[in-house]
Design a protein around this ligand. Sequence first.
Ligand code: P1T
Length: 383
Amino acid sequence: MIDPHLYTVAVHAGTEPDPVTGAVMTPIYQSSTFVQEAPGQHKGWDYSRGTNPSRDALQAALAAIEGARHAIAFSSGLAAEQAIVQNLSPGDHVLVCNDVYGGSGRLFRTVMARFGIEFEFLDLSDLDRARAAMRPETRMVWIETPTNPTLQVLDIAALAEIAHERGAVAVVDNTFASPLFQSPLKLGADIVVHSTTKYIGGHSDLVGGAVMTDDGEWAEKIRYMQFAAGAVAGPIESFLLHRSIKSLAVRMEKHAANAQAVAEFLVEHPKVRQTFYPGLPGHPGHDLARRQMTGFSGIVSFQIDGDLDAATRFVQGLKVFALAESLGGVESLVNHPETMTHASVPPALREELGIGPSLLRLSVGIEHDRDLVDDLAAALEGI
Ligand code: P1T
């Protein structure tokens, strides 16, 4: 269950009536620059790559819902991730869970690795292997949980401890859980990253990212990186995200209830080989998810009983679920990871993870649960 106080925090955080007009919402400060009374004398804002009042309000709200001291809002989830790993140096080693979002893996493998940073992809549900893989030059353990797209649940507290034993930091991509169902910082993680494009934005109308931390030094480093490189959230996106945060708690509750209903339907269906949802008692990560999450969130993956042809006929038979990348919006989406979101994952790793032609990922929206189940049932009937 979501901490009930977070319903209040989500509505009010970062929102102060505008001192000039009394507007209850922080306005969209669509300005790149701010006038100065004398050289270097201004009201706290000079240039919007550094700070912008709309972004400041959003950052206060993001920090509050994540329970973090600091939040920094970026132009995309991957820009936020890049600002974290750009603080590493040649020769540094990073341990990454093997089932990360395809784009995160692509950023690490094809961009950041060229700067001499070594990314080692490993099944971090095996804590002994994770501990054994730590080296003196390991600076970071990169954890995504639940993972995208196979919904493994990784033990944040245990992995943070393994990182800390060797002086490394633990980073958690908290996108799938949202700040309301999982609090990695309270479990010992040092840095949290989100694609705010997903649940925090919630309406499939923007792309954004955020980094949250309690660590003042890391917050400074990431702010500096953002200022130096420039991947800021713009004023309109900041406003939209801030607006969306107000309804995050009620949306997450409905996403999770609908996903549970969908998963319980799929797990019994004869044309479904395997269903992945942490809220199912048979899921290998169910007990851990119960301990470290306050809800199982809204993503359900499954292996359809058939090949690419069956998967294609299934997605084309859906009427409520739309075939599209992304997740976390109010509307239900279906994704085929092998050909869409995870096409950049090396084929051998895709095979090891079970990201093949029959894997489908559902982002369960906030529609009526019966309509969603009926839509899935009719499409399965048609394959
Ligand atoms: O798309 P962007 O805002 O840059 O966020 C990247 C990202 C980071 N982390 C996770 C867990 C993600 O799922 C994503 C983006 N994912 C998709 C677009 C997708 O359909 O899975």
